[in-house]
Design a protein around this ligand. Structure first.
Ligand code: BES
Ligand code: ZN
Ligand code: ZN
Length: 467
């Protein structure tokens, strides 16, 4: 379905009314709703009044509930084949309005490119009474970008190979003012001594790419900061020679979620022409099996000069990231953030819905979590500690690519990255593990099955709060 938001004051078509169980009691429609046994759960279409009632769980103060209600509303509109609706949200607070509008633009997402029989397309026009048109414009840019990230992450690995992803970045950034792109491949990575990144690419039949997108606003005097984003772009992760079991390999097309998140955030922020210099670096390859694959027991050299003992080729994301982070630090960032579907352990720790935020600055971490929550993406901090750090010690190299202990895997992965962050950038760096929310196995909130586009909204919100 396509969803467009309008904000003229028209009250034509079907009305959507979000209503909680308690509110039904004081509603002028109480009798009718009770007659049809609508108790504030799901949706109910009252035909004679032309109102779609949508249940709202107001017991908790979480604005999240609106997202779920909006998703229910869109599903009902689709099944009732209603395309013109209005909702009065003028009585609500600014943040709630924002969340509702955002949910309308995101909850209707469908990925049916590979279905021979497509569902009937419905073009739903929602008139939101009481929201500023500037907000709608900004939200449309952001939602389009989230949906682009979802599309690319959903695209299967036999189509979305490394070259496809690099070309997508080029295509999508081409007509935006003040944007340039450099697409570097294996020769460049060799020249830059990115031995960790190259090791992961060794078994692949496709090249590795480091894509560097830059946005430098015209009015240089207004630029307050330089923000550098780095994303893990594993177009497929078989695990390499430390092969993943079959059940864990499916959905690994989503291992490019970090790179897609930084690319999409970048595109949205460049389109918004924010007063901040932004770089997005995507580390793109697959982790494949071949006669040239890197092995457990190999020792490789990273761009920062440290040697790494590979003990598990499935811990590949961190190898790609450390070389990209090294390149990123040369850009002298004021803030450096990486997004990656890095560890299954992060999903164990926080559940499937929440991103894990790590780093050395409490202020930065808390800022990020707050920014994410403002736009309804769930994020929580995970604490570094020195006891976990020593689990990465190697007997033969400077560091090992996996921890010697079973527990705390999300944090030890973060600490591995931290080893390659120079002292001057330690407190400017954040690592966001999105392994849980990047791919949705069972739909929730505004997310249908498949890629969620997670990270885009948080990243933009964080940057906007930090200009
Ligand atoms: N891409 C995976 C992490 C992942 C797991 C993402 C589940 C999304 C959902 C990553 O490359 C990986 O395989 N990590 C290993 C690390 C281990 C070998 C130390 C893991 O989490 O098992
Ligand atoms: Zn892996
Ligand atoms: Zn991976």
């Amino acid at each position: 379905m396509r969803v467009t938001i309008l904000n003229n004051q028209n009250k034509q078509g079907t009305r959507i009314l979000f209503i909680s169980k308690d509110e039904i009691q004081n509603s002028e429609y109480k009798e009718k709703l009770e007659k049809y046994n609508f108790k504030g759960k799901g949706a109910f279409f009252l035909q004679d009044e032309e109102i779609l009632f949508v249940g709202l769980d107001k017991c908790s103060k979480n604005i999240n509930n609106y997202e779920e209600s909006v998703a229910i509303a869109l599903k009902s509109l689709k099944s009732l084949n209603i395309a013109n609706v209005y909702v009065d949200i003028s009585h609500l607070g600014e943040q709630t309005k924002y969340i509702i509008a955002q949910a309308f633009l995101l909850a209707g997402y469908e990925f049916n490119q590979f279905k021979s029989e497509k569902n009937v397309e419905i073009d739903i026009k929602i008139n939101l009474n009481g929201i500023d048109s500037k907000i709608i414009n900004e939200l449309s840019i952001i939602a389009d970008s989230v949906n682009i990230a979802r599309d690319i992450v959903n695209t299967p690995p036999n189509i979305a190979n490394s070259t496809y992803l690099a070309q997508m970045a080029k295509e999508l950034s081409k007509d935006i003012n003040n944007v340039t792109i450099d697409i570097h491949s294996n020769d460049f990575l060799e020249k830059e001594k990115m031995g960790a990144f190259l090791a992961v690419n060794q078994g692949s039949t496709s090249p590795a790419y480091l894509v560097h997108l830059q946005y430098k606003p015209t009015n240089k005097r207004k630029i307050s900061k330089k923000i550098v984003l780095v994303g893990k772009g594993l177009v497929y992760d078989t695990g390499g020679l430390s092969l993943k079991p079959a059940d864990y390999m499916t959905t690994m097309k989503a291992d490019k979620g970090g790179a897609c998140a930084v690319m999409s955030s970048f595109i949205a922020m460049a389109k918004m022409q924010l007063d901040v210099e932004i770089h997005a670096i995507m580390g793109i390859t697959d982790n494949a099996i071949g006669s040239k694959s890197y092995r457990p027991d190999d020792v490789i050299y990273s761009r920062e000069g440290k040697s790494i003992e590979v003990r598990n080729t499935d811990a590949e994301g961190r190898l790609v990231l450390v070389d990209c982070l090294s390149y990123a630090q040369d850009l002298k960032p004021d803030i450096l953030i990486d997004f990656a579907t890095l560890t299954g352990a992060c999903v164990v720790a926080l559940g499937e819905y929440t991103a894990g935020v790590m780093g050395h600055s409490d202020e930065l971490k808390n800022d990020f979590v707050k920014s994410a929550m403002q736009v309804n993406e769930l994020a929580h901090t995970l604490p570094f500690n020195r006891h976990l750090k020593k689990l990465l010690d190697s007997k033969i190299a400077d560091i090992c690519n996996i921890s010697s202990a079973r527990y705390g895997g999300a944090i030890t992965a973060g600490l591995f990255l931290s080893n390659f962050i120079r002292d001057e950038y330690k407190s400017k760096w954040l690592h966001v593990d999105i392994a849980g929310p990047a791919f949705v196995e069972k739909e929730w909130g505004i997310n249908p099955y498949g890629a969620s586009g997670v990270g885009v909204r948080s990243c933009i919100s964080f940057v906007k709060n930090n200009i």
